[in-house]
Design a protein around this ligand. Structure first.
Ligand SMILES: CC(C)(COP(=O)(O)OP(=O)(O)OC[C@H]1O[C@@H](n2cnc3c(N)ncnc32)[C@H](O)[C@@H]1OP(=O)(O)O)[C@@H](O)C(=O)NCCC(=O)NCCS
Length: 182
């Protein structure tokens, strides 16, 4: 994936009712390792990464790049949300020139079921709509990933198409910001 492009980064931390969305910091490293090595988190996204490989490969401050938000609850990281550009070589696009903005989310299992992902994604989409007004966002997830499918629907993504990739059925949805008139 490539970076978002013309956005001011990092923004000031974004606060929601219960969460803070902010840039990654060195103190998040242990939570990143948990996230990347968790079998539950990896179930529908290619499996967990080996812990020793993660320990070796992750820089002191992991995943610091435009569009990558760490989600913090009560002072600790519970997950990440990323908005970036969909690679042109990936299957399925909604723009003829490809390069759509794409939303991705990874939360630690102990934070599932509390509505945190929905709260954080809504805030990240709001930030995106302010940065790049009128631009749609796509999202791809395995149809077997029930939690992710429910989250996508709750956020207002609507189905564009289903397709096979990596040996599983994938769902692509699109979200469009509501225009001031609509
Ligand atoms: C996908 C993922 C982020 C969804 O997390 P989640 O916690 O289920 O999502 P939400 O934030 O929407 O929370 C929804 C649940 O919180 C419950 N909830 C509890 N309190 C709530 C509150 N105050 N507000 C809203 N919902 C609340 C909802 O009822 C809902 O429960 P249900 O799923 O049993 O119906 C998470 O499963 C994950 O990180 N998976 C691994 C990574 C992954 O597969 N990512 C997708 C890659 S494409």
């Amino acid at each position: 994936m490539t970076e978002l492009g013309d956005v001011a980064w990092p923004p000031a931390p974004i606060r929601t009712e219960r969460l803070v969305l902010r840039e990654s910091e060195a103190r998040d490293r242990a939570a990143f390792i948990e996230l990347f090595t968790s079998p539950e988190v990896g179930t529908y996204i290619g499996g967990p990464r080996p812990r020793d490989e993660c320990e070796r490969a992750l820089p002191e401050t992991p995943e610091r790049r435009p569009g990558l938000f760490v989600i913090e609850l009560d002072g600790a990281m519970i997950g990440t949300i990323e908005l970036n550009r969909r690679d042109a070589e990936r299957r399925s696009h909604v723009r003829p020139d490809a390069g759509e903005a794409e939303l991705g989310y990874l939360f630690l299992p102990e934070a599932w079921g509390g509505g945190y992902a929905a709260e954080a994604c809504a805030a990240a989409l709001g930030w995106f709509a302010d940065m790049l007004p009128g631009e749609p966002v796509v999202l791809c997830t395995q149809t077997a990933n029930d939690r992710s499918m429910r989250l996508a629907a709750k956020l207002g993504f609507t189905e564009v198409q289903r397709f096979e990739e990596w040996g599983a059925e994938q769902w692509m949805g699109v979200w469009s910001p509501i225009s001031p008139s609509g």
